[in-house]
Design a protein around this ligand. Sequence first.
Ligand code: HEC
Length: 117
Amino acid sequence: MRNRKSHEGLALLALASSAILLLSSASNSQDAIAGRLKAKPCSICHGSDGIAVAANAPNLAGENATYIEAQLKAFRSGKRKHHQMSIIAASLSDADIINLARWYSLIKVVATTPDLD
Ligand code: HEC
């Protein structure tokens, strides 16, 4: 009896955590959709797929969201300075930054190391 109760408890816990996972993945994709829209002007330099088209701009595709967020916040606060990015980041809200970071981090990148012998 005691055992059955704890099994039921575990099943409930599993159900609750999968519901939380589902909800958070739904909000992740909402963030990414908003980020894709916000990233339109960024594509001039960073490419529409996050692979940079400007020679001095880094690729953002597949970059870790935590890293992107930290860099955008650093540009915004003035901790990191760049004549273009500092101006661009100045008008981004916290939500914009989260959404942009989510969008770029979800772009899949395949890396192939060079065949050197
Ligand atoms: C006019 C060109 C241009 C545009 C538009 C632009 N960027 Fe950049 N971005 C750059 C350059 C150049 C750098 C490299 C800065 C440096 O050398 O420190 C950079 C750096 C970054 C970095 C740091 C990446 C790293 O590897 O450290 C992030 C994140 C970033 N940009 C995001 C964005 C986002 C998001 C937008 C749009 C809201 C955007 N950028 C628009 C040119 C641009």
